[in-house]
Design a protein around this ligand. Sequence first.
Ligand code: HEM
Length: 431
Amino acid sequence: MLDLTRGHLPSHLTSLARCYGSIYRLRCGKTTMVVLSSAQMIREALVKKWPDFAGRPHSYTGDLVSGGGFSISLGDYSEEWKMHRRLVHSALQRCCAQSLHAVIERQALTLRQVILDYKESPVDLSKDFTVAASNVITSLVFGKEYNKSSAELQRLHDCLNEIVSLWGSPWISALDTLPLLRRFPNPPFSRLLKEVERRDELIRSHLQDCKVSQQIDLQNQVVNGLSTQVHMAVVDLLIGGTETTAAWLYWMVAFLLHRPEVQFNVYNELCTVLDSRYPRYSDRHRLPCTSALISEVLRLRPVAPLAVPHRATRDSSIAGYFIPKDTIIIPNLYGAHHDPDVWDDPNTFKPERFLEDKGASTRALVPFGGGARLCLGESIAKMELFLFAAYLLRDFQFLPTGNKTSLPDLKGVASVVLKAKPFHVIVRPRP
Ligand code: HEM
C-alpha cells in the first residue's frame, strides 16, 4: 500500500524502483499506473513510441482546472491539441529568435541591482528568482514586466500557486479516484473552483490590457480568434515557466554553498573566456564548467521530478512488458537521474562528471521529458538557466550565513515542482 501523501514522492518511487526494477505497476483504486525510473525506458515510451504514450489521463478535476481540457499541458492528445501546441510552439520560437535574449539580459541586470541593494545582508532569494523568471514570461505573453512589490504580479502568482498546490492535494485527487465523494462538501475543492475563477478573471483583464496597448507579443504571433486556446496557453506558460526556472536557480545556489570550489571554477572560467564582458547564449559551448553546473543541477533536482502523467493511447509495450490502453505512465525523471547503473555516485553533486563523459551522460539526462510532450518551454528555459546563472556567478559570490549547520537542506520539498527548503545566503559582489 503506497501512501501518496508522504513527504518526498519522487524519492519514494525511486526507492521502490531499487526493489522492484525500473518499471513497476501501482494500483490506485481502479487506476493502474506504471512508473518508469530509467532514462532508457522513459525514452522508449516518450520518444520512440511517442504516439502510443502521448495522451494525458482524463480526470474530473483536471478538466475543471484546464478550461475543459483546453490547456496544452493537461489536454489529451488529439488533432486539435496538436494544432494548438504547434501554433504556440512556433509563436514561442519566433519570440525566442526575436526578443528573448534581450528580455532575459534585462531581467538578469534587474536582478543584479536587486541583489546589490541587499548590501551583503543575509537574504532569501526565492521571491527575487520568481519575479525574474516570471517577468520573462509576462514580457512574452503580455508585453509587460513587473517589479517585486507589484500587487498585480503578486495576485497572479498567489492564485496560480494556490491552484497548483490545491490540485496536487489528496483532498482533490480523491475526487478523481472516488467519484462518490463529489456529492459531499469539500472546502479545498470549493477553494480550488474559486481560484480557477479568479485566475480566469485576472488573465482576461491582463489580455484585455495588452490588446489595448497593442503590445501582444505572443498573442500577435498566434492567430486571432482562438480566445480559449490563447487564454489557456497563457496559463500554461505562466505556470510552466515561472516556478520551474525559479526553483532551479534556488537549487543552484543551495548546491554551490555546499561546494564553493565549483563556484570558484565557474567564476574563473567566465573571467578567462569572456574577459570582462557579460556572456551571451552563444558563448555556452566555450564555457564547459558553467554548462556542466547547469546539467548537474538539472540532474540532481529535476524541477518537474515526475513530469506530468501520460496515458497510453492504445495497447503497447515498454521494455517487453504489455501496457494496455489507458494505463497511466509516470516518467520518474528523478529516479532516472539517480539510477546507479548509469551515474557513478548518483546522490553526489559533481558537475565534473559532465566534463569527463559528456556524450553518455547527456543522453541519460531527461529533465524536460521528451517526444510529443517535450517541455514546451525547453528552449526558453535553457537560455534562461544559462544567462541567469552566468550573470549571477560572474557578478557575485554566494556565501553561507554561518557555519556548516547553516547550509541549505538539499532534500527539498516535492510537489508538482521540486523546491529547496527556504534558506538565507550572503551575496557578495565580485571585485
Ligand atoms: C512540460 C520540465 C521550464 C512550459 C514539462 C514537462 C517537464 C518540464 C518534465 C513534462 C513533460 C512530459 O509530460 O513528459 C521543465 C523544466 C524547466 C521547464 C526542468 C526549467 C528548468 C518551462 C518553461 C515553460 C514551460 C520556461 C514556458 C515558457 C511547459 C509546458 C508544458 C511543460 C507548457 C506542457 C507540455 C505538453 O504537455 O505538451 N516541462 N520545464 N516549461 N512545460 Fe516545462
